[in-house]
Design a protein around this ligand. Structure first.
Ligand code: IMP
Ligand code: MG
Length: 181
């Protein structure tokens, strides 16, 4: 086991199998629509890159940027938009692609941002869904995995900008986490 990890939560094989399942559901659901994927920087990029290549129907993708202030491993609730979509969205059925649904603050802000573009429709796909109490609920149409309320890294998810490159998802070592809170 790598020393920055407590344990591996989801293996690379499990992620790839689930991405293929989600992609096939999305392909089916959007075959008569005008699909546009919107990934959220930076964590959603790896998931978006794998997902888009598993969806054979014609579609576009773009990226929006959102970042939340706070320490490395807790959400502050203050989210700022750092990049807006560049392609027109009003003719598209938008599917927002996010790495993780934690407090939901990011998704709330991004959803409002996308809504301002008046897309034909808008749904959310999140690879991870943390089991926790939230101040508000956001409906997520496609969920990869439900996970416990622990801090995870890998497959786009970072701790101090590191570990995004891992093909799997692991629980960060408690020692590293407490040093930065
Ligand atoms: P939110 O709390 O739902 O707004 O999540 C905000 C952002 O925090 C997510 O998009 C992730 O980039 C990041 N985040 C939340 N939980 C984790 C985690 O367990 N590991 C790494 N990043 C996380
Ligand atoms: Mg982060």
């Amino acid at each position: 086991m790598q020393d920055f990890l407590e344990r591996i939560l989801i293996t690379e094989e499990e992620i790839q199998a689930r991405v293929a399942e989600l992609a096939s559901r999305i392909t089916q659901d959007y075959k008569d629509k005008n699909l546009g994927l919107i990934g959220i920087l930076k964590g959603g990029v790896v998931f978006l890159a794998d997902l888009t290549r598993q969806i054979p129907i014609p579609h576009s993708y773009d990226l929006v940027g959102a970042s939340s202030y706070g320490s490395s491993s807790t959400s502050s609730g203050k989210v700022i938009i750092t990049r807006d979509a560049e392609i027109p969205l009003s003719d598209k059925d938008i599917l927002i692609i996010e790495d993780i649904y934690d407090t939901g603050n990011t998704l709330k802000v991004v959803r409002d941002l996308i809504e301002a573009h008046s897309p034909r429709s808008m749904e959310i796909c999140a690879l991870l869904w943390k089991e926790k109490k939230r101040a508000f609920d956001i409906p997520i149409r496609y969920i990869g995995f439900k996970i416990p309320d622990v801090f995870v890294v890998g497959y786009g998810l970072d701790f101090n900008e590191r570990y995004r490159n891992l093909g799997y998802i692991g629980v960060l070592s408690a020692y590293l986490k407490t040093r930065n809170e």
